[in-house]
Structures are given as structure tokens and as C-alpha cells.
Design a binder for this molecule. Structure first.
Ligand code: PSU
Length: 304
């Protein structure tokens, strides 16, 4: 039997019926380098506390699903090597073998739902990779959004992806893609992807209402909230496009495939922008954490 291991903080929050916000761990182990990964994880948790909610960073350690990590556990994960990158397909094997695994958007949604947490903040979801017509590389995050009733706050899909195809697949799967406070779909490091978002909502309360309405209608799946990066932190899409293209051809030449693609591209773009993309990534995750906290609080208010 699997068990959920709550940290002292998340257990107390559940007892006191405080709003919780789930956080993923692949961004820590595969998305950012040491030591910025640990600093960011700590800052994001602090942002959620400052906004009046409680952070629950999710990971698999020693054969248990952890809902909330204490300080030594967070550091152990951030320093760990050979951590499994867990999606729906790998979660059970990792648990059954007692290994250490970081949860992607898909696996975090599954675990958050098991723990009764309806809101989750991340940086950017996975999606349809460029060249997917021959590689078939489409992130399992998209299917998960169609199945599991968690509202995911991201800065859109990562700009390394084919965004029009990602939107098409989400539409086919019946996933609401809701831009927060603007008409355009944001593109992770940039505020505007040049594509219109299918839906727009301007407040945490409206997003919480839509989340509840889906449940009342008995519709499976969650919502994707696309929250634009703050203006001061963005990197214009035109600046990034040639660097993304270069990183992509390097990945192809090096034979990078499957789960390794996203971490490789993020690392190369970090190097090619001399750290600017990492600073933007940190800023956008913190911004998403604040909005997710506001949604969690609004959901709690609606329930009481
Ligand atoms: N957001 C970030 N950095 C990341 C991710 C999200 O700012 O590294 C992770 C998430 O865990 C997401 C994963 O699920 O990237 C997508 O991986 P893939 O493209 O292999 O599905």
C-alpha cells in the first residue's frame, strides 16, 4: 500500500484547514542548476507563506510520496544525483523500488489530487515539442491536465515547444487554457507568444469559481492558468528565438531524446543567455506561486 507522508507544516495546515499549494520537484532536480535550485525552492515556498497559504513541495523519497519537504529533505533532493524524472508512467515503479524521484507536472498533479490539494504552481508545463510530427514527442503533462482535477498555474508552455500545436492538443483534450489578466497566451520567458489564449480570467476568485464549476459539472481534468511573467523580468521572444533554435539543433546533433530534451534545452539556453533565462525562470515561478496562493485562498472561501 502506498502512503502519503505529510511534513509537520503540511500536516498542521490540513488540521487547521489552511489552503495548501502544491509545488513540483522536477524543476529543482532537472530544471535548474545547484545552488539556484535550492534557493528558488525556498523562495517559492516563502512567497506562498507570505501570501497566506501553505506550500507542499511534492517528491518521492525512500518509497514514499512526500507532501511537503522539511529543510533537510529539500536540500537532499536539490543536491541529489540520478534522481528519476517521474511522470504518470514511472511513479509506481519509483515507489515500488524505494527510489528517489522528482515529480513533473503530470506526477505532481496525481500526488496533489491524492492529498486533496486542488492548486499547483510551476514554471511551464511540458507540451508538443518542435518536430513532434516525426519524433512523436508530446509531454504526458497534457494528458494529465485532461484527467486530473487540479488547477495548474504556469507561465504558459515553455517557449522551446511548438506552441500552436500544444494549444491544439489541449483543445482536443478539453483542457481550459486561461490567460490571467491578458488576451495573449504567455510564452514562459516572454509575456506574449503572439497567439491568443482561448480563455481569459482576471482574478483569482474567477479562476477558483471556474475550478468549482468544472467539478459541479462532473467534468474530468484540471485547468491550465497561463500567468504572464512580470514585465521587468521578461526576455523578448525575438531575442530568445535564435538562441532556442541553436539549442535545438545542438540537441539534435547530440542525439538528445525523450525525457532528456527539456532539461538539456533549459541548460543550453541558460548558458547562451549568460544566466538571464534562469533569472527570468526564477521570477516567473515566484509570480505563479503568488497567484496559486490567491487561488487556493479563494477556493477555500468558496467552500466555507
Ligand atoms: N517548469 C520549469 N522548469 C521545469 C519544469 C517546469 O520552470 O523544468 C518541468 C516540469 O516538471 C514539467 C517538465 O513537467 O519540465 C516537462 O518535461 P517534458 O517536456 O519532458 O515533459
Amino acid at each position: 500500500m502506498y502512503s502519503l507522508t505529510f511534513s509537520a507544516e503540511t500536516a498542521a495546515a490540513r488540521g487547521a484547514r489552511m489552503p495548501l499549494v502544491a509545488l513540483e520537484s522536477t524543476i529543482i532536480t532537472h530544471g535548474m542548476p545547484w545552488p539556484q535550485n535550492l534557493d528558488t525552492a525556498r523562495m517559492v515556498e516563502e512567497d506562498i507563506r507570505a501570501a497566506g497559504a501553505v506550500p507542499a513541495t511534492i517528491a518521492v523519497m525512500d518509497g514514499r510520496i512526500h507532501i511537503g519537504l522539511d529543510a533537510p529533505e529539500l536540500e537532499r533532493l536539490a543536491r541529489a544525483e540520478n534522481v528519476m524524472k517521474l511522470s504518470r508512467a514511472d511513479l509506481a515503479v519509483c515507489l515500488a523500488q524505494g527510489r528517489i524521484g522528482a515529480t513533473t507536472v503530470a506526477a505532481t498533479m496525481i500526488c496533489a489530487h491524492l492529498a486533496g490539494i486542488p492548486v499547483f504552481a510551476t514554471g511551464g508545463i511540458g507540451g508538443v515539442h518542435k518536430g513532434a510530427e516525426s519524433s512523436f514527442d508530446i509531454s504526458a503533462d497534457l494528458q494529465e491536465l485532461a484527467r486530473t482535477p487540479v488547477t495548474v498555474v504556469a507561465a504558459g508552455a515553455k517557449a522551446i515547444l511548438d506552441l500552436p500545436k500544444t494549444l491544439e492538443v489541449l483543445e482536443t483534450l478539453g483542457v481550459p487554457v486561461i490567460a490571467h489578466g491578458q488576451d495573449a497566451l504567455p510564452a514562459f520567458w516572454s509575456r506574449d507568444s503572439g497567439l491568443a489564449a482561448p480563455l481569459r480570467l482576471d482574478s483569482a476568485r474567477d479562476i477558483a469559481r471556474a475550478h468549482r464549476m468544472r467539478a459541479e459539472l462532473g467534468l474530468a481534468g484540471g485547468q491550465l492558468v497561463a500567468n504572464p511573467i512580470p514585465g521587468d523580468d521578461e526576455i523578448p521572444a525575438e531575442t530568445l528565438a535564435p538562441l532556442i533554435a541553436r539549442a535545438q539543433s545542438e540537441a539534435e546533433a547530440a542525439g538528445i531524446a525523450a525525457k532528456a530534451v527539456t532539461p538539456y534545452l533549459l541548460g543550453r539556453i541558460h548558458a547562451l543567455t549568460e544566466g538571464r533565462s534562469l533569472a527570468a525562470n526564477i521570477a516567473l515561478v515566484r509570480n505563479n506561486a503568488r497567484l496559486a496562493a490567491a487561488i487556493a485562498i479563494a477556493l477555500q472561501d468558496l467552500a466555507s
